[in-house]
Design a protein around this ligand. Structure first.
Ligand SMILES: Cc1cc2nc3c(=O)[nH]c(=O)nc-3n(C[C@H](O)[C@H](O)[C@H](O)COP(=O)(O)OP(=O)(O)OC[C@H]3O[C@@H](n4cnc5c(N)ncnc54)[C@H](O)[C@@H]3O)c2cc1C
Length: 549
């Protein structure tokens, strides 16, 4: 194919991703110097369309960034009033009292929010300050400079044929160049993955760990709705099959977020995270809340869980990784939005100083130091052993020892040092011959739903006549390796039913990739045991259209 010619636009800072990290960086840059040229590129059809968090928001990030957020009308309307934690059995529950929990686990002072709406509000603030925000613009390539530095990105390429050649309405997109490029793509960003590999940024760090989070919004009977109530559970239905648990957050307007996270280091390839979530809603405690209500939205997204030990080096020449492109979730608190905001702020401050000193295209090492030694590093360091303990010893010992470790870490020391994460989540998958298939109950259509019906509530859409963005390095691997060895787990780990093995009488089995269903969670890129799937960004505007997730 002939080399594509693109127009280029020059900025001071180019920001990929209008999540809390990217938007915080944009706002902080403009606070520091209103004359800086700052652009934010977002692949969702609008800001917020691809945002999926629980979410209980610790406002410390917003306090640091926009101290008068209340006066400015930020949509933080539901303060946490009640905080419950249960270990579930199949029919019963055991309440874990709040008093043995370390203070960092306390949710009082936090807010139950739609992070999609918080991001929409942050985008308004940024635009009022003069930030250019372009939704519907997927960044598909990194542009490198003559000295190997990151110089920009390609955004807005549309209209390729399925084989990758330019189609009839082809638009080549633009190159957006910056003195610095910030990647705020969230978990397993496609450009971030390239940059981490190119500059070997994970060297000397533990592997990143992940979970897959699924979430539904329910409208419940007003008599059962208690705004401000936060409930977390562990135990049933996962038991010893996998780590993870649920969250139930009562928002306003009779809405409740019901979500479930499964840690992706599970061994049994027959495990079906989506069906675990559906089964969970039949627990008497949950069923009682949801009975008579209606599910109004569904979505899924991977979540980073490696924490302190797994954060890669986050700067390379010309580029900085922000938020969950690095992995800044405090796992026991299931919170990363505050750190995403603080990281955007810190990166902006480092870039501002560098630009003022007439630097460009180099490493923003001041940003990295601030993340590791400042508020983010302190937040993550205290909880660094919780996830490895869970992986090594299971739920009950890790609850006790993890609690103890968080207490001692709050006083500045740990009896365990820093425990290491083992393998990658892909490598944790064991062969199917070592495990038994799991018999999941059929969804009843009232509390639980089949996957494809639920995916229609993510309102996801992909133009069909484009290349499949779920790229198989070797198209034979799903059937020649993954099926015989691992019972092709893609059929089950994908929460959107993208991957199917179709076996028809008298015909050879086929591996089908229904990329139109993809909700951009990135689980396939993480969990495929052969690491054969690359999640590349589809054209801008495609993907889910979440309402107030
Ligand atoms: C189920 C679940 C529950 C959670 N609950 C909570 C909670 O209760 N509280 C909490 O604080 N945290 C929670 N988190 C964690 C929180 O969601 C993350 O820490 C946070 O989203 C990280 O922010 P970010 O800006 O780094 O990335 P994101 O919020 O993921 O934003 C990234 C943005 O970049 C865009 N993007 C990505 N790649 C490209 C590209 N190539 N081109 C253009 N645009 C691109 C995406 O569309 C998206 O809009 C939860 C996460 C999950 C999955």
């Amino acid at each position: 194919m002939a080399e594509i010619e693109r127009e280029a636009m020059e900025y001071d800072v180019v920001i990929v991703g209008a999540g809390p990290a990217g938007l915080s960086a944009a706002i902080r840059l403009k606070q520091l110097d209103a004359d800086l040229d700052v652009v934010v590129l977002e692949k969702g059809s609008e800001v917020g369309a691809h945002i999926l968090s629980g979410a209980v928001l610790d406002p410390c990030g917003l306090d640091a960034l926009i101290p008068d957020w209340k006066e400015k009308g930020a949509p933080l309307n539901v303060p946490v009033e009640e905080d419950n934690f249960y270990v579930l059995g199949e029919a019963g529950k055991l309440r874990v009292p709040n008093w043995p929990m370390p203070p960092l686990m306390n949710n009082h002072g936090n807010y139950i929010v739609s992070m999609g709406n918080v991001c929409r509000w942050m985008a308004e603030q940024a635009e009022e300050m003069g930030v250019e925000i372009f939704p519907g613009m997927a960044c598909s390539e990194i542009v490198y400079g003559d000295n190997g530095e990151v110089k920009g990105v390609v955004a807005g390429e549309f209209g390729k044929n399925p084989d990758g050649t330019p189609g009839p309405g082809y638009e080549p997109g633009m190159e957006l160049h910056g003195k610095y490029v910030f990647l705020g793509e969230g978990v397993r960003g496609s450009l971030s993955k390239e940059v981490i590999a190119k500059y070997d940024l994970q060297a000397g760090k533990d592997p990143q760990k992940f979970g897959v989070g699924m979430k539904e919004i329910w409208e419940v009977d007003p008599a059962k709705h208690k705004p401000g109530t936060v409930t977390h559970t562990m135990g049933w239905p996962l038991g010893s099959n996998a780590g993870g648990g649920s969250f139930i957050y009562h928002l306003d307007n009779n809405q409740v977020y019901v979500g479930f996270v499964v840690h992706l280091n599970y061994k049994n390839p027959y495990l079906f995270p989506y069906m675990e979530f559906q089964r969970f809603k039949h627990h008497p405690m949950v069923a009682e809340l949801l009975k008579g209500g209606k599910r109004v939205a569904y979505g899924a997204r991977a979540i980073t869980e490696g924490g302190y030990q797994s954060m890669p080096k986050m700067v390379a020449p010309g580029v900085a990784l922000l938020g969950c492109s690095v992995g800044m979730v405090n796992v026991p608190r299931i919170k990363g939005n505050h750190n995403a905001m603080l990281s955007g702020k810190a990166a902006a401050e480092a870039a501002f100083d560098a630009i003022k000193a007439e630097r460009s295209g180099d490493e923003l090492s001041a940003y990295e130091s601030e993340v590791r030694e400042g508020a983010i590093g302190k937040d993550l360091k205290k909880v660094r052993n919780v996830k490895p303990m869970w992986s090594k010893w299971g739920l009950v010992p890790s609850l006790a020892l993890g609690g103890l470790d968080m207490w001692t870490n709050s006083a500045g020391f740990s009896l365990f040092g820093t425990l290491k994460h083992g393998k990658t989540d892909a490598a944790a998958t064991e062969e199917a011959s070592k495990h038994k298939p799991i018999d999941y109950p059929k969804p009843d259509g009232k509390l639980s739903f089949d996957r494809l019906t639920n995916v229609s509530f993510a309102m996801t859409n992909h133009e069909e006549s484009q290349p499949c963005h779920l790229q198989l390095a070797d198209p034979n691997i799903p059937l020649s390796v993954n099926l015989p060895k691992f019972a092709e787990p893609a059929q089950r780990y994908c929460p959107a039913g993208v991957y199917e093995v179709v076996e028809e009488d008298g015909k050879d089995a086929r591996f089908v990739v229904n990329f139109q269903n993809c909700v951009h969670c990135k689980t396939c890129d993480i969990k495929d045991p052969s690491q054969n799937i690359n999640w590349a960004t589809p054209q801008g505007g495609d993907g889910p259209n979440y309402p107030n997730m």
